[in-house]
Design a protein around this ligand. Structure first.
Ligand SMILES: [Zn+2]
Length: 243
């Protein structure tokens, strides 16, 4: 039996704003650890988040660059998530009313065919703090740097329109070029201002079903995204072949 892959991407892009998403702290994660913090982005009880106008404008511009439809109403939700890099226990994200819906990017696939790869929606969210794992003598310790806590992010969620690693890599290159052009982010995968997750499943060629997917997260180079997808397609094909 011949299989085809069904691939969707989620891409996190850090906006190049002067301040964080909900406070006036500088958006410079590389500064001396915990230099850029305040009660809001340390997530103290009682602190009131206030949305940055610059972040909203840069996120909206990014959406329009992909022909997405800005929604007349969008809102933030609490995504509950318990981890030392998010001590308040939830992330402010947009689960139900995202900033935009629709849009897409055209690429040329490996057979020279033009493919339009659709975007499902784009939402805004705050980044979490950064954990640094070190050794103190022979004792492993973990440190928390809040400079990145509350940094302005957008997440671009695609439709599962991709069939090959090549298409995913071409999409990411075109996406990066477009975001740099509108000026909303540097989209540097080395510096972590762009990170990608890939969702991969396989199905018999010609079928329209969506099978159980595997998500590979937080990849920091376009080549790694292609390699991870190729590996997953091979692994899942062998696994199905083995029953
Ligand atoms: Zn702050």
């Amino acid at each position: 039996m011949e299989f085809e892959a069904v691939i969707g991407l989620e891409i996190h892009v850090e906006l190049n704003c002067a301040t964080k998403l909900f406070c006036d702290c500088p958006n410079n994660p590389g500064d001396e650890p915990n230099a850029n913090t305040c009660p809001t982005c340390l997530w103290f009880p009682g602190a009131v988040p206030r949305l940055s106008e610059e972040a909203l404008n840069k996120a909206a511009l990014l959406c329009l660059g992909f022909g997405a439809e800005l929604q007349p109403v969008s809102a933030f939700d609490q995504k509950v998530y318990y981890y030392p890099d998010l001590p308040k226990g939830y992330q402010l994200s947009q689960a139900h009313l995202p900033l935009s819906r629709g849009g897409g990017i055209e690429i040329m696939n490996e057979e020279g065919v033009t493919r339009r790869l659709r975007i499902h929606h784009i939402h805004m969210e705050e980044d979490v703090a950064k954990l640094v794992h070190e050794m103190e003598g022979r004792t492993p310790i973990s440190l928390v740097d809040f400079n990145r806590a509350g940094a302005p992010l957008v997440e671009i969620v695609t439709e599962p329109d991709f069939r090959t690693p090549f298409e995913a890599m071409e999409f990411l290159k075109a996406l990066r070029t477009q975001i740099r052009y509108v000026g909303s982010s540097e989209c540097s995968m080395e510096n972590g201002t762009m990170r990608a997750d890939a969702n991969i499943s396989i199905r018999p060629k010609g079928s329209t079903e969506l099978n159980t997917k595997v998500e590979v997260k937080n990849m920091n180079s376009i080549k790694h995204v292609g390699d991870a997808i190729a590996y997953e397609i091979k692994r899942q094909t062998e696994s199905v072949g083995n029953g």
